[in-house]
Design a protein around this ligand. Sequence first.
Ligand SMILES: O=c1ccn([C@H]2C[C@H](O)[C@@H](COP(=O)(O)OP(=O)(O)OP(=O)(O)O)O2)c(=O)[nH]1
Ligand SMILES: [Mg+2]
Length: 158
Amino acid sequence: MTGEAPAIAVEVVQLPHAAGLPLPRYETELSAGLDLVAAVEAPVVLAPGGRALVPTGLAIALPAGTEAQVRPRSGLALKHGVTCLNTPGTIDADYRGEVKVLLINLGDADFTVERGTRIAQMVVAPVAQAVWHPVASLNETPRGAGGFGSTGTAAAKL
Ligand SMILES: O=c1ccn([C@H]2C[C@H](O)[C@@H](COP(=O)(O)OP(=O)(O)OP(=O)(O)O)O2)c(=O)[nH]1
Ligand SMILES: [Mg+2]
């Protein structure tokens, strides 16, 4: 698959405590996520079961009609059991505070977040707001109210 991903312009301010750190970047041409780095002044140790709100040193202004999602990195999850507690984190287009990452250590050893550690990834995406249309009843569908496993397993269907 080739081609260019559509671009969304995002204003960014690198806060003073992020001085010297690189702006998040796409590691490959068609990556969906920008790797966020920890803008901690000193290493933060996450004990097993511990959590921490880790600063990225970035404040952003997303265009109306977009959001950013803060998602875990699979490598950290696989190797260390470290993930985002509130995944996916939601960055609203009108948020002007610092983007932070709520990490939790679900592994069985201490995990140290060093300055510059790539701790999560941020995906920018279009988003729509719902406009409620109250009605008395909803149209019928083959699924109806079925959910939560109502279609059975793939094996059961064979
Ligand atoms: O992982 C995250 C999640 C949120 N935020 C920031 C941006 C977002 O716009 C704001 C509010 O997030 P959310 O709506 O998830 O939190 P809340 O608990 O509902 O707080 P609020 O009442 O401020 O909306 O916090 C982050 O920096 N990182
Ligand atoms: Mg909220």
